[in-house]
Each structure stands twice: as C-alpha cells, then as structure tokens.
Write a protein that binds this ligand. Sequence first.
Ligand code: ZN
Length: 437
Amino acid sequence: MIVIEGGTVLTVDDAGSVHAPGHVVIEGDRIVAVGPGRYRGDDGVAGRRSFQMIDAAGMVVLPGLVDLHYHTAVGKGFCDHLPLWESLEQFWYPSIRALDAETAYWAAAASYLESIKCGVTTVNDMYRRLPDLARAAGDIGIRAVLSNDVALDEHNLDTLQDNKDAYEAVHGTADGRVEVYVGIEWLPLASPGLLRDARALADELDTGIHVHLNESLTEVEDSKSRFGRRPTEVAYEAGLLGPRTIAAHCVWLSDTELEMMRSTGTQIAHNPSSNAKLGNGIARVPEMLAAGINVGLGHDAAESTNNCDLFEVMKFASLIHRAARVDAALFQAPDVVRMATRNGSDALGHQTGQLVPGRKADVILVDTRNSMFTPLVPGNAEQLYSHLVFAANGSAVDTTIVDGRVLMRHRELLTMDEGRILREASAGLARILERIG
Ligand SMILES: [Zn+2]
C-alpha cells in the first residue's frame, strides 16, 4: 500500500477535480482512494501492516502521461535537416534493418528511461524485435503497447507473421503491462491487400492496430499515384480504421478523410513537434476535436524530435495551433493535460489516465520547488495547469509510479542501473553505425 499525501492532486476526472492538498492511496496495482486532505482509511493507515508514505509536499500529483505515438530510438542527431522520406531512407530504415537483439533491448531501455524521467507511464511503441522490447519494458517497469514495423516483403522490415509471432510470445506479459498491437509502417511501404490482411490479423488476435497515416504531403501524393486515393481513404476501404486503431499524425486530412476517422471512431495521435521539425505541417486538430474525435499526444521518435519529453510536446500542441490560427484561446492548459493523460489512455482502452478509485495506479509527482514553477500561488489550480503546460519540462518530474510500483523516486531510477543503460545504448548505436556505414 502506498499513501501519497500533502501535494496538490489533479485527478483529471470527469469533473476536473483538484484537491489542494489531497491524497492518493494505492493498493497493489490500483488506486483505492483519492480525496482532499489526509487519508483516513476505515481502520487508519497506521493499523495497516505495511505501507509506504510518500510525502508530496511541494508536488503536483497527476496521472502518468501517455505517449500515444512512439518509436524506440537507436540513434538521434543525424539527418536533422532532412524531410521525412529522405531521413527514413538515409538513417531510420538502415538502422532498424541492422538491429540485433542486444541493441534493441538497450535502445528500448534508454528510450523508456527518458520517458519515465519525463513522467511518461505508457508508451505506444512501434518498432522491431518486440520480444527484446518487451523484456526492456518488463525490466524497467513501464507500460508498453508494442507493434511491429510491418511493410511489404520487398522493404525488408517486418511481416504480419512477425507481428503474430510477437503477439503470441509477449502479449500480456509483465503482469499485463506489455501488449502487442498490429503495426503498419505507412502507405508508401504497404498495399491495400496488406492493410486488409492487417485488419484480419488484428481481428483474429482480438487486438488493436497502430499505423502512420497522412503524415506528409509526399505520402499523400504517393498514395494518389499508386492507389488513386488518399492514404486514409485506402485505409478506410481496407477496413483498417476503427475504435481500436491508433492513427498517428493525420496532418493532411481532407474533409472526407476527417469524416472517415470520425465515423469509424478511430483514435488519433497528434505529434506536433515531430511534424514541425520534419517540415510536415500542422494537423487539423481543432477540426478533429470539433468532430468529436479522440486525440492524444505523442513525441513520435527521438530521431524526429530528439527527446522523449511529453511536456515539450504538450507546449507544442498548444502553441503550434495558436500560431497557425492566430488564436490565443486555443488549446488551454487543462485541455492539453487531458490530451496527454486520459485521451491517450482512452485511445488504448486502458484504465489509466485519471486518478480515480478503481483505476490502475499510474501516477506521477511533479516538483514545484524550482524556478519553472515560481512564482506560484498556493492552491491555484489554474496557474498550476499553466505552469505544467507552458513553463515546465520533464526534468520537474520527481516520482513515477506504474501499476502501483515506484519506478523513479527523487529522479533516481529504482528498477535498473541507469548508468549501464546509457553506456549500453551508446555502444549499441556504435554497432549500428559500423554496420550501416
Ligand atoms: Zn512515427
């Protein structure tokens, strides 16, 4: 049992309840109590045989962040000036084709380490060698939905059979924290037939789908010339869309495609910093939200946005639309926090994303005793939300709890040797660079 007391609790529940101060009580992998003031259980906390008290004085307690579109990164800081297609061809595809088991494990551990340090408790990770990623997620303790990089055979990436094998090997492992979805890289490396087969496999396995759609203009043009239709139109006709499908990016959606997303209940992962850095454009998120589509946030990949800090993504998610629409009222801080927590959780069908009794105990503590959160009016929730989205970055996260297990406390990783992860990840990149020249 873990009792968190003394901090300001942002529940992100339906009513947007804030308890300043408040408590959150965790038993096993679940939240069992949330409320104002100190915790007074029926028999009193002191009567319990064993409990861990976490003093949250000076902290904000909120649901862990959900990174809804994610790729483990084996390298970053290369091809930073190239558009999407060229950067994929020059670095990303060669590097993930050269991946070995050990490199994949440490690359995943290093990526998940950075995420945990930035308050991310769930990643929706499309990559290769899922059993090695599952091992890393199991060891470090993060919640991970994994999917393969499935493409047509001639591209020498993953096949649907690889994805099926991975599902059978690791879906439901690490106490259920690891799940496997069916992944489709993107339309330029796929065909309508492959999409239909992906849908059939997801139905057979009773699992979700993770796909990149309408990320760049070149992708849309490629789809029109090869299939006579836009990417989301092809996906719709193949049956790929649906409430258990996470469509990443969706930058260049026509009105027709937007309606296809809405009518199928497809979940969208918005990746504003990756889209900006790669020069891909700005997704029509105001229209998506107006249509009632569920939109979560993702960092995409360190190759394309250079860090896993979802706080940075939250700020981008607000500012990019305000700049583009010349409207400072767009994407206010509480709405952005909801996108980064419960919207992402809902998209994955998870019971996380809110601090509500019965939900899974994925909780973070963010320290306000630093210049990012100063000056601060005690108990002012509006200002706290503002600081979280517009002033803070991931380095303010003090404690990260997943499934009721404390993974990081006072910024120290408790589950693995952090120094070793960093060394092994750099050694892995050196091996990849040697292989790909
Ligand atoms: Zn991506």
